[in-house]
Design a protein around this ligand. Structure first.
Ligand code: 1HN
Length: 391
């Protein structure tokens, strides 16, 4: 009779039993900053990213501390006034998932935050305020609730608030992967020649060089792009469209609400780089999803980690059997490869989630795998319908 296949682990998982000569050998090995693979096979092939845990950060808690910081920490003292969502599994390391850094940032009325640029790519999703703005490569991008503003790798950016109310948004950056790559670089010295020309002088903020709405007028019409401009902005990495206004996002979700949608994510839309049709950043994928009243999705897992911010309504996400509930402006994270499904329990109200994941990293490296509820373990594979088909 044939032997049934055993669980998927190394054949010699337990390692050598530990004879006296083997113990002596181990100390000789370690004395030279060496580690024997035969004693540590299981550790070597298991994932250190497993330390990251699913977690919810509550809006009420964050807002209260952020507003207190507004009274205590000035933007002259702090380059940015932001609270990082530090994953409890790796605390005090300030990563939110293995590849994503997420923070909530406050700019009070009348304040400005100095210009800089850096190698990590950054994004802002606006939660509060009417007068907040970010200037990206000379384009002033007003920030209204639900707008997504990008500052791709190498783009100069500064913030301000012309309004009467605090401006608060969610920053998501690919800082951890840039850090792992030993490639974090910042540039704080920005210069511009004065109107008369001549030598550049150092500036705290950029002058405005385009009309408001420049990038959405150029790129915001699906299926069309300008044939008369160079779309390379900053380092030319990521989307040249710096603003994805909420009005367009919300209208698109509503247009599609009667479709069946994805069994795992409901009506889910990807923000795309208009010049490639792919994700708007080489490292991060941005989506927004509508879970209609009463909608409950199927469970799946995949090799990408995700940060979700609830923009409207409330619901629950079941993560590896545990219930995480979330409401408006809360952010929750799911580490890679954990089972998850979403539920909107309301009988009448929509729930909308804004999500950022590190999916493009997995796809580019050929590491993307996805498994749906009910599929056998051995069947995990790339799933058609992700953008990888088009690249
Ligand atoms: C950054 O540039 C901003 O410009 C916010 O608002 C948070 C965290 C780490 C590195 C750069 C911003 C940041 C950041």
């Amino acid at each position: 009779m044939q032997e049934a296949l055993q669980p998927n682990r190394p054949l010699a998982a337990a390692g050598p039993s530990g004879t006296e000569p083997q113990k002596v050998l181990r100390s000789r090995v370690e004395a030279h900053s060496l580690v024997s693979l035969w004693d540590n096979m299981e550790d070597v092939v298991s994932s250190t990213t497993e330390k990251f845990v699913p977690h919810v950060w509550r809006w009420d808690d964050i807002r209260e501390v952020l507003m207190a910081a507004g009274d205590i920490v000035s933007l002259e003292e702090a380059d940015r006034r932001a609270l990082i969502l530090a994953n409890p599994g790796v605390f005090p390391k300030y990563f939110t998932t293995n590849n994503l850094y997420v923070a909530y940032q406050l700019v009070r009325p009348g304040e400005t935050a100095a210009v800089h640029r850096h190698t990590p790519s950054a994004s802002r999703f606006v939660l509060e305020g009417n007068g907040g703005y970010t200037v990206v490569e000379g384009e002033k991008c007003p920030m209204q609730r639900g707008d997504l503003i990008l500052t791709p790798q190498g783009t100069w950016h500064d913030h301000g608030n012309d309004g009467e109310a605090p401006a608060i948004w969610v920053d998501v950056l690919d800082l951890p992967i840039v850090d792992h790559q030993g490639a974090i670089h910042f540039d704080f010295v920005y210069g511009e020649a004065d109107h008369g020309g001549g030598e550049p002088i150092r500036k705290y903020s950029q002058s405005i060089r385009t009309e408001i709405g420049y990038s959405t007028s150029l790129y915001g019409t699906g299926g069309m792009q300008p044939a008369y401009v160079d779309s390379k902005r900053g380092d030319g990495i990521g989307s040249p469209q710096f603003v994805y206004p909420w009005e367009a996002t919300y209208a698109a979700l509503n247009r599609l609400r009667d479709h069946e949608g994805s069994p795992f994510d409901g009506i889910v839309l990807r923000y795309t780089d208009p010049t490639t049709g792919g994700p708007i950043s080489p490292t991060m994928d941005f989506t927004v999803q509508l879970l209609r009243a009463g909608e409950a999705t199927k469970s799946h897992r995949h090799t990408s980690s995700t940060s979700y911010t609830c923009i409207q309504g409330s619901g629950e996400t079941i993560v590896d059997g545990q219930v995480m509930s979330w409401g408006e402006n809360d952010t929750f994270v799911l580490p890679s490869w954990c089972w998850h499904s979403h539920q909107n329990h309301s009988a009448t109200e929509d729930a909308i989630l804004y999500a950022v994941s590190d999916l493009p990293i997995s796809v580019k490296l050929g590491l993307y795998r996805e498994q749906a509820e009910g599929e056998p373990d051995g069947a995990w594979r790339g799933r058609p319908g992700t953008y990888e088909r088009r690249q």
